[in-house]
Design a protein around this ligand. Structure first.
Ligand code: LLP
Length: 420
């Protein structure tokens, strides 16, 4: 089970430690729920992908967890950011990421977003036929064109993006017109962008997309006299959330995708493009652990409910994608886990279940539970459901903990309200 936790995680005297700090000490100091990020893991994943594909530009898919401290840490590792809103762009700029390492995406960009992205010197991924004119008017210089090639990735349908009829990207004929329009507006059309889906355990969908993308690139050469200098293959590399989920390491997946582009491009005698990769989940997913406090234990005939002090407001992935997680009793990690329980959240609906089935050692209220692989798309998709303040996040390394996102308070929530 420890292999699902961050690289620095250990069990010491029966207790989980991350970054050399005891789970109970972190929970005591910062409260729960708490998302603990391990700096060693973040840097290890960053270096793993940079070393596997030294020739590629790596951008962090910042939607997985937009956080200034983590963006800054990645910037130190020469990783930029893929952003898709003014907020994500502001976070990336606050982290000091420069225009050459920023790509702005979105299927529904506002003029304000296009202007702000242009001011930041970001490359814009065009995603609509009328966007070239709007981008040119906003001062954009460099663009990619996002293409959708009708590939169904083997993942939850809500996170497939490259299929026919997707709201993202442009089918080939439309993409061709968009490239021509962008060039006639004087934009520097650097290349093509795809993103085929998320939580992809292998590169089958990437492989198929890359073959079709090369065919499209050849069509661009023949019909427009233009070939892409840049190919941005998006993100999508999966992480393991539970033990029975075999997934290849990030570096291996990234290298395989990059090799596929080179091979397929060579076979069509197209000039090799420079590559961009946009991993989100694979950079931060494993680095994060969520600590919850058990509030009640209810032993019913068919199920034992262990209810914690968080739930779908800090991690809606079980409801949205049927995502599976596991949990460890953080302060009794060396006791035999013999009781099969379900972990419930505190929210006022029956579907608020974090984990259907997990073995714990004799759960009691007051226990501390640790849910691994919650660094991506959990706090990032959190809400204030039931007027619940969102949790804090801390970054730990070498027995030091630093608050990288403070816990919301009830006063924060009241401040949004109309008051007499
Ligand atoms: N690039 C683009 C253009 C994207 O749309 C995404 C993710 C990424 C990169 C990063 O993908 P990743 O490497 O993280 O798979 N909320 C969902 C995931 C949505 C992904 C959206 N786009 C989840 O929790 O599974």
């Amino acid at each position: 089970m420890l292999e699902l936790f961050p690289d620095s995680a250990r069990i010491e005297e029966g207790e989980l430690t991350v970054g050399g700090l005891r789970a109970s000490a972190l929970a005591g100091r910062f409260g729960t729920p708490l998302v603990v990020y391990c700096e060693q893991t973040l840097r290890a994943r960053a270096r793993e992908i940079r070393e596997a594909v030294p020739e590629a530009l790596v951008l962090f898919g910042s939607k997985a967890f937009p956080n200034v401290a983590i963006l800054r840490l990645f910037a130190e590792e020469r990783i930029g950011a893929d952003v898709s809103t003014l907020g994500e762009l502001a976070f990336a700029r606050a982290a000091g990421i420069e225009g050459e390492r920023l790509v702005f995406h979105g299927n529904a960009k506002s003029d304000d977003e296009l202007r702000t992205a242009a001011e930041a010197g970001a490359t814009v991924a065009l995603d609509a036929e009328d966007e070239p004119g709007r981008a040119a008017a906003a001062g954009t210089r460099r663009v990619l064109v996002r293409v959708t090639l009708g590939v169904e990735a083997d993942t939850h349908e809500a996170i497939q993006t490259g299929h026919h009829g997707s709201k993202f990207g442009l089918p080939p004929d439309s993409a061709l017109r968009t490239i021509a329009a962008a060039r006639s507006h004087g934009l520097d059309v650097a290349g093509l962008h795809i993103h085929v889906g998320s939580q992809l355990a292998d590169i089958a969908a990437h492989q198929e997309t890359i073959e079709q993308l090369a065919a499209f690139a050849a069509r661009c050469r023949d019909e427009l006299g233009w070939t892409p200098e840049v190919v941005d293959i998006g993100g999508g590399f999966a992480v393991r959330h539970v033990e029975d989920e075999p997934i290849a390491p990030l570096g291996e997946l990234a290298r395989a995708v990059t090799d596929a582009v080179e091979l397929v491009w060579d076979s069509r005698a197209l000039p090799r493009p420079s590559l961009v990769l946009e991993p989100g989940r694979a950079l931060v997913g494993h680095a994060g652990v969520t600590l919850y406090r058990v509030r009640s234990v209810k032993r019913l005939a068919d199920v034992t409910w262990v209810a914690v002090d968080g739930g779908m407001s800090d991690n809606p992935r079980p409801q949205l994608y049927g995502a599976r997680y596991t949990a460890l009793s953080a302060t009794r990690a060396d006791e035999p886990a013999t009781e099969n329980v379900s972990i419930a959240g505190l929210h006022c609906e029956s579907g608020d279940v974090l984990i259907d089935d997990v073995l714990l050692p004799d759960p009691r209220s007051g226990d501390l539970l640790a849910v691994p692989a919650t660094g991506a798309y959990a706090l990032a998709m959190s809400s204030n459901y039931n007027a619940t303040p969102r949790p804090a996040a801390v970054l730990v390394a070498d027995t030091e903990a630093r608050l990288i996102r403070r816990r919301e308070t009830i006063d924060d929530l009241l401040a949004f309200e109309y008051q007499e």
